[in-house]
Ligand binder design. Sequence first.
Ligand SMILES: [Zn+2]
Length: 256
Amino acid sequence: MTRIFLDPGHGGSDPGAVGNGLQEKNLTLSIATRVRDILLNEYQGVEVRMSRTTDVFIGLDQRTQQANAWNANYFMSIHINAGGGTGFESFVHTNASAESVRLQGIIHPAIIQQMNVTNRGLKRANFAVLRTSNMPAILTENLFIDRAADADLLRSPAYLDRIARGHANGLAQAFNLQRRGGGGGTIYRVQAGAFSVRANADQQQARLRGDGYESIIVQSGSLFLVQVGAFSIRANAEALASELRGRGYDVAVVSG
Ligand SMILES: [Zn+2]
């Protein structure tokens, strides 16, 4: 599992940059939420947490403490620029690790490709969230809220989708995330047991094979999940589940 920690900049009593009727804190939350949804809906083997999912104030230290405690593989902080200028730039810490610099080299161009705006470059800075995160980290600055033309783009939900798509594409490339089957929609998995002991999962798999069902064992946290099938249509998953129940298995249909 690749653990991606998304940090929508600012929030609550801290609006961040403001201009042209927009507030940075709302845009960063909207972009981060879209990045999360793309990753979870379209890729497998990835977990996502966010420093905030609502309009609340979170201190800078709290943000990285959450990511550090979770042992995230990557910290991505999302911001909107201000102060005269246009385009996109990204930052790693002044003393960033080679790995952090390598990942920036993959993610930055993926974002530029989607945003199709001025490339202000791959930069370094001593930002607090980059300094205090234990894992490779990036901070992105997406257009200038105080420039009318940039604000017009930021006002468009379709354009926020493109910004998010760029971030998600970059993360997927950087961490070699695999796409889900079934065309990117929700996948319904038929699960015949969750075991804390691997041998018990193996035993269940053998029993299923004896009954003519192939299954896979997936580790999730401390549990070994025995999954018999994955379907893009819920009714098909439910049909297999009831068939298995008829044979005496304890079955659940899980989506995601
Ligand atoms: Zn900011």
